[in-house]
Design a protein around this ligand. Sequence first.
Ligand code: NAD
Length: 260
Amino acid sequence: MEEKKSSILKGKKGLIVGIANERSLAWGIANCIHQHGGELALTYQNDALKKRIIPLATKVNSNNIYEFDIQNYEKTPSFFKNLSQDFGNLDFIVHAVAFSDKEELKGDYVDTTKNNFLNTMEISCYSFTALIREALPFMNEKANFLTLSYYGAEKVIPHYNVMGIAKSALETSVKYLAVDLGKKGFRVNAISAGPLPTLAARSINGFNDMRKAHAERSPLKRNITHEEVANVSSFMLSELSSGITGATIPVDSGYGIMGI
Ligand code: NAD
């Protein structure tokens, strides 16, 4: 029997952007939303990732799977139009997308190239704003947008480099977007997750040291789990969090409160 956690997302339809495989934060979030009664449409970035997403889509009863490159701005309006025709309008969107050249996720930040700076900012920050703008005509009342950030936005984490700058900009975008969309009654938030082993995370030099420091120094003395991020995501996408917008919520075993 499939586990059902609750019905807090029953009747809600959402789009998840950012599943690469079963270790993706986006996959944990999708699975959890499904267990709370939500209905899902999923995207994959390119053909190479398609074979991984098909079995995952089956697990969450999703027949709506689309190839979608978030940088392909020309195709975004038709993507949302088709999605709305096939699946209906949306109650929420989860943006779990980031990228930077792994050659620049080692060494010093000062060596960041212009090309990689701009590309990292575009994929990891601007894409959230652009996605929301194109989605607006296809959103239901009380729509809800969620993105993923990391503590490297606030404090210096060795080798996180340009991604830290992109995450700071992303967290600030969340605040500006919350004001813009608050006029419509829509909400925009981020979750700042502790380090979890995923495809993207593995490209950060010294990622295992990040995990080790987190487990040693956080108040809970352990790393977080995919499920903990997913649980908070379901809460943030549900009416239970209706008073929260413009926020970056830490799911980090408390790591972010520590000084020394
Ligand atoms: P992941 O590699 O599983 O997911 C990253 C996703 O971004 C992939 O699905 C990839 O296809 C997608 N992507 C990149 N460029 C794209 C493009 N042009 N168009 C469409 N999709 C594109 O890794 P993840 O760790 O699950 O990352 C998801 C989010 O969580 C990212 O924003 C990441 O920064 C954030 N995050 C991760 C951690 C962690 O430790 N893993 C911690 C905090 C925040």
